[in-house]
Design a protein around this ligand. Structure first.
Ligand code: ADP
Length: 541
């Protein structure tokens, strides 16, 4: 027997409708890419402009299933495009501008995007590769006539001019909730980029699950600044979950440096924000140098790569801002777990609490975990045994876009490629990406644990650990450090600092200082590149 409830498909435009009706005057503040000034709109205006986008696209001949690329920073325009594009059943392909131009050409061609919306910043880059983008019939530059550059991009038009040609007298198209809404390619940290195709239903469920108190913890009284880009897997749900809850949005545009972010945090009264650790490194350095404060910020979500314990402690102890460590991946829409405190751990304080907070945490409803060995046998959740972390849920990829590879196991779980432990209370901790783990004498050393420890040293700004070839042990850890300005910790100092805090045989065999560590397009330490840089490195002795 079927239930007798209404048929109300989970469609993304219902989110912006709700925001406009219930939270119509709440602001979306954006830093303009043109000149860095702040532009203010309301959810009501965003919805009206999204409807104009939808109507204008419809007139352009774009419809159900067509792919439309965006190459853009976080802004009101990017937000209204998202809702406008998916509101007619077309698919927003968020392109990560930090990919190499060759990779961008590759994924835009693979997706066969018909139209591209791009920020001013990216016009020269796309001009240089437009011959390799044959599917793109037209380019819309996200600016107005006054700021429109001379460009040889095919059919180029300024967005505000393009949009004037349509009013908001338009009805969202009706279609099944399983219709594709967004396309995001993995940034290829460990392989070639692959397309993850989100549906309306998966994105709505993901946003609902993430908004809850133990996860993003959003409310209508919040002011949310997604520093994590819309092109980094749905801005970790915020472009949906903030309007869904009526939180004010602050979009930082192209300026993600410490001083610019601090100005927005303080100036707009931001209460919650989210980004990868490297972004917060910049902010914390700025605060330290200027003796700045965080007077309104309550929560910061840190994920995308392991959040160092020292960073959590600085935010919490020095600035009184609660850190939620989050883990996920493009294939999971992207959020898989958050480290908030369950009642079983309520009594923890001081160091013991920070031991918990380095873990990646527990999954929201809609995400199931499985831990197995290489043969696919389940492993115990004892907080010690590590194995392959596998996931299942309504917002987890079941296949890649236009890819034949089978990616689910016999029980429908997706292998994340991460090695992890899960404790009896359900808290997951990532040991490493399986490709980054250091294999020494048949045993595994976690590069994440070593990095975490090394950045706790007062002279260290950033640290990375890779395995380098060793004649006896196969691989041994090499610690690569970016020192803080004016500091130069020695190998002996570093090893002395780490001794006693980890097993002796985990201690790195050598320490090298570098000016910068390479990062991927999503801000992760680029281990493949680092291993390449040190491939001929000879360990002492
Ligand atoms: P990419 O496209 O670079 O693979 P993703 O953002 O999808 O980008 O990367 C997902 C991977 O990032 C995860 O499988 C995991 O290895 C790593 N990751 C994400 N969050 C964390 C975290 N909090 N701690 C450790 N690793 C993380």
């Amino acid at each position: 027997m079927l239930g007798l409830m209404q048929d109300w498909p989970l469609l993304l435009h219902r989110i912006i409708d709700h925001a406009a009706i219930q939270h119509g005057t709440r602001e979306v503040v954006s830093r303009a890419v043109e000149d860095g000034t702040l532009r203010r709109r309301s959810y009501r205006e965003i919805r009206s402009r999204a409807l104009r986008v939808a109507k204008r696209l419809d007139r352009e001949g774009i419809g159900l299933g067509d792919r439309v690329a965006t190459l853009a920073w976080n802004s009101d325009r990017h937000l209204e495009l998202w809702y406008g594009i998916s509101g007619i059943g077309a698919i927003t392909h968020t392109v990560n501008p930090r990919l190499f131009p060759e990779q961008i050409a590759g994924i835009v061609s693979h997706a066969e995007d018909r139209l591209m919306f791009l920020d001013l910043t990216f016009v020269p880059m796309i001009e240089a590769i437009q011959e390799k983008l044959p599917s793109v019939a037209r380019y819309v530059v996200l600016t107005d006539a006054a700021h429109m550059p001379q460009t040889r991009l095919r059919g180029a038009v300024a967005y505000e001019d393009w949009l004037t040609e349509a009013d908001d007298d338009f009805t969202w198209r009706a279609f099944d909730e399983n219709t594709a809404a967004g396309l995001c390619y993995t940034s290829g940290t460990t392989g070639g980029p692959k397309g993850v195709l989100y549906s309306h239903r998966s994105n709505v469920l993901h946003a609902l699950a993430c908004a809850a108190p133990d996860y993003m913890g959003l409310s209508a009284r919040d002011t949310v600044m997604p520093v994590v880009p819309l092109f980094h897997a749905n801005s970790w749900s915020l472009a949906y979950s903030a309007p869904m809850t009526g939180a004010k949005l602050v979009m930082p545009g192209a300026k993600l440096d410490g001083p610019s972010l601090h100005e927005l945090l303080e100036g707009e009264g931001v209460t919650m924000t989210a980004a990868v650790p490297t972004v917060w490194l910049g902010l914390l350095q700025h605060l330290e140098a200027t003796k700045g404060e965080l007077s309104t910020l309550k929560r910061v979500v840190i994920g995308g790569s392991a959040c160092p314990r020292a960073m959590t402690e600085t935010f919490e102890r020095k600035y009184g801002v609660t850190v939620a460590h989050a883990w996920g991946m493009t294939e999971m829409s992207p959020l898989g777990s958050f480290c908030s405190v369950k009642p079983v751990y309520e009594q923890l304080s001081g160091d013991a609490l920070y031991d918990l907070k380095v873990k990646q945490g527990h999954p929201p409803f809609t995400v199931e975990f499985r831990l197995t060995d290489d043969a696919g046998r389940d492993l115990p959740w004892d907080g010690k045994t590590f194995g392959r972390l596998k996931v299942r849920g309504p917002a987890v990829a079941g296949a890649y876009y236009r890819h034949d590879e089978k990616i689910l196991d016999d029980q429908g779980f997706f292998d994340t490629g991460d090695v992890a432990t899960i404790d009896p209370a359900g808290y997951m901790q990532v040991t490493d990406r399986s490709k980054d783990v250091i294999k020494s004498g048949g045993e595994w050393i976690s590069s994440i644990d070593l990095e975490n420890l090394a950045v706790g040293h007062p002279d260290v700004a950033e640290a990375a650990v890779i395995g380098v070839a060793h004649p006896k042990w196969d691989e041994r850890p090499l610690l690569v450090i970016v020192p803080k300005p004016g500091r130069a910790p020695s190998k002996e100092e570093m090893l002395a600092f780490m001794t006693g805090k980890i097993a002796k045989w985990w201690l790195p065999d050598d320490v090298v200082l570098v000016e910068a560590i390479p990062h991927t397009a999503t801000g992760k330490i680029q281990k493949t590149r680092l291993r390449e840089m040190f491939k001929d490195y000879r360990l002492p002795g």
